[in-house]
Design a protein around this ligand. Structure first.
Ligand code: FUB
Ligand code: ZN
Length: 656
């Protein structure tokens, strides 16, 4: 069976998709054209971060010879434009919009005009240093940008086949194919930042051109075969660094310390790791390569069972935006970049293609409803790069080691990778809801939508999923199987569930759990499945090896992790404790933060007996506790009420 289209009608995500169309895309368009009157913040205290303007579109105009001047911004600034274009394509598919289409067409034209005669595109190198093309791949991001261009062009081609988008992407892929590969005279290496592999796989899926598949495979397999590749290129190039400081990172930082099939832990820069894994999992599913699938599984386990935050955030340190060690999950200095969780969602989606395991979708959902959504303010115009597990404004302002932990989302960032990444994810969320294979439909996410599939025998299967999840856990699926044979319909059984009921065509069923899915065989005809998940607010605890979470508890309901915010609970959130076994009361607050669920529980506040208490004392009675009701809100909604403290992991007090 083939997935021939998903329409999202979900209330929760419809708001986000509307926000992409009405706010994010127009706003980002202005920013990329330097027409927005905004403050661009550096993502951390580092004077070398370019933050005067975006200049991303102007870079293209200069490269195309339509304007004059120098390149400005990061060497990967082009990718902001590509991600915007990709998001615009998804949004246009969903909702025609003349002004947006005109702007997107203009972008495609401009990219085409900036393409060099041999197919190369990269505004930094075209404008500033053509002779250094492909000479410093550890830093240059040339193929990273190319991968984003391919993704954007494939997406744009789908809604505008008459545009030049696909031919631009193919011409660039052909140029790269002529420069890289095992043959004598070509470069035997890959880019320091994975992404070309994802782009080439998508180009292959769209065009069927085997060369693109081979090239993606080449880039994946060459990685780490020669761990000295990047260092040698730096030496031979000898010029000034393209990204200061990057040359001092080890090969492991770039996942090049050993061949990928031998990698068994997530090392280095978190976004790179999950982009690598996304392409590996795509290749494994496409070629039915069991060995590669096992590699992906090993990396998946390492990330999700040892190195992931409860919010689906990844990356434990600001130094290199990277993974560190198993169970090293500090809650106040972590990185948890928005893009890294988006990449984890991409990885999960590809894993579901070769293995129907509910846990992939569980993590996809965790990352989506928590860290990804937290990456943006409710207005669609302010963005977090780093998504902390706890934050105290004064510490972020004054501790250089916490300058990356912002307490208010900036209007834009010097490195603007996250905002357009979020735009493309939210506008394509329909692509994550179902996994369709030969005779099976998996429901990964409970997002109200309609799916149509074409069967091999020329029939059609359509699914209508109605729900207001995660407000409630009531899901109604109506399936019309107009094919000739039964369809295996798999509904995810979330690992966190607190009770499930299933009724098929009026009769209650026993829910059998097969690797995290409940399968129902749906014969040709019409079917109605009522699936109800109990969503109870509850406590979660971390493994004892996670030092920052010892004797702390996190509150969640369904897929949503909750947090305490100063706005509801006062300052010094570290002084608050949840009482073990105290009831957690859930209530809807439609008037608050765009409509949220709030969880209330009786708690305690630790305080000094004397206002002028000493810093240290040997008086055991110097500290008191008083009762205080605690109010938790969903994590994604924090920092929408001005600058204030926030905390996910809260102290736990024994039952009173
Ligand atoms: O290097 C390109 C992008 O910028 C990465 O994916 C992000 O982590 C940020 O460093
Ligand atoms: Zn990012």
């Amino acid at each position: 069976m083939n997935n021939s289209g998903v329409t999202v009608s979900d209330t929760f995500f419809k708001r986000y998709r509307e926000l992409v169309r009405t706010e994010m895309l127009p706003y980002q368009w202005k920013v990329l054209n330097d027409e927005a009157d905004i403050t661009i913040e550096r993502e951390r205290d580092d004077a070398s971060i370019p933050n005067e303007k975006s200049h991303a579109m102007e870079n293209f105009r200069i490269a195309a010879g339509l304007s004059s001047g120098e390149h400005y911004g990061w060497v990967f600034q082009d990718s902001d434009v590509y991600k915007w274009l990709e998001a615009a394509a998804y949004s246009l598919k969903d909702h025609p919009d003349e002004a947006l289409k005109k702007a997107a067409d203009q972008v495609v034209e401009l990219i085409g005009a900036a393409q060099e005669p041999d197919g190369y595109i990269g505004t930094y190198f075209t404008i500033m240093e053509p002779a250094r093309r492909f000479k410093r791949l550890g830093e240059s991001h040339e193929l990273y940008c190319a991968g984003h261009l391919m993704e954007a062009c494939v997406a744009y081609h789908a809604i505008s086949p008459e545009s030049k988008a696909l031919s631009i992407a193919r011409k660039l892929a052909d140029c790269i194919d002529q420069s890289f590969g095992p043959e004598e005279g070509k470069i035997h290496g890959a880019d320091g930042h994975e992404e070309i592999e994802i782009g080439l796989m998508r180009l292959y899926h769209t065009t069927g051109e085997e060369r693109y598949l081979r090239l993606a495979e080449y880039f994946l397999e060459i990685r780490g075969q020669d761990p000295q590749f990047f260092a040698r290129q730096y030496r031979e190039d000898g010029g000034k660094p393209l990204i200061g400081g990057l040359e001092s990172f080890s090969a492991a930082y770039l996942q090049a310390h050993r061949p990928v099939r031998q990698q068994d832990t997530a090392e280095g820069h978190a976004v790179r790791v999950v982009y690598l894994c996304t392409a590996l999992a795509d290749l494994a599913a496409t070629k039915k390569d069991e060995g590669l699938r096992k590699t992906c599984e090993t990396l998946w386990r390492n990330i999700t069972e040892r190195r992931m935050y409860i919010t689906g955030g990844i990356g434990s340190t600001v130094r290199g935006e990277a993974f560190t060690a198993d169970y090293d999950l500090p809650t106040d200095t972590m990185y948890c970049e928005t893009c890294a969780s988006i990449g984890l969602i991409f990885f999960a989606r590809q894993m579901l293609r070769s293995g129907a395991r509910g846990e992939y979708a569980d993590i996809m959902e965790r990352a989506l409803y928590n860290t990804a959504l937290s990456g943006m303010a409710l207005d669609g115009k302010h963005f977090f790069y780093v998504n902390p597990l706890e934050a105290v404004p004064e510490k972020s302002r004054k501790d250089p080691g916490k300058s990356h932990v912002k307490c208010v989302r900036p209007e834009w960032l010097g490195c603007a990778c996250c905002p357009p990444n979020l735009a493309r994810l939210l506008s394509s969320v329909g692509d994550y809801i179902y996994t369709v294979s030969e005779q099976t439909i998996l429901v990964n996410l409970f997002i109200q939508s309609e799916l149509t599939c074409k069967t091999e025998q020329g029939g059609e299967v359509s699914v209508s999923l109605q729900t207001d999840y995660p407000k409630t856990g009531r899901i109604l699926c109506t399936v019309s199987n107009q094919g000739k044979i039964p369809v295996r319909f798999g509904l995810r059984i979330p690992s966190w569930h607190d009770g499930i009921q299933g009724i098929v065509d009026g009769s209650a069923q026993e829910i059998l759990n097969e690797d995290g899915f409940w399968y129902i065989s749906l014969t040709p005809g019409e079917h109605r499945i009522e699936y109800t998940l109990e969503l109870l607010p509850k406590r979660w605890y971390a493994n004892a090896k996670v030092s920052d979470c010892v004797r702390r508890v996190s509150i969640a309901r369904g897929p949503q992790i909750y947090c305490l915010e100063e706005a509801d609970n006062g300052k010094d959130l570290h002084c608050l404790s949840v009482i073990q076994n105290a009831p957690l009361k859930y209530e809807r607050r439609e008037e608050l933060l765009g409509g949220i669920g709030m969880i209330r529980t009786p708690g305690l506040r630790l305080l000094n007996r004397d206002e002028e208490a000493a810093l240290y004392t040997d008086d055991p009675g110097a500290l008191l506790t008083k009762t205080q009701e605690l109010c938790f809100i969903p994590y994604y909604a924090w920092a929408n009420r001005g600058e204030n403290e926030m905390r996910v992991w809260v102290q736990e007090a024994p039952p009173s």
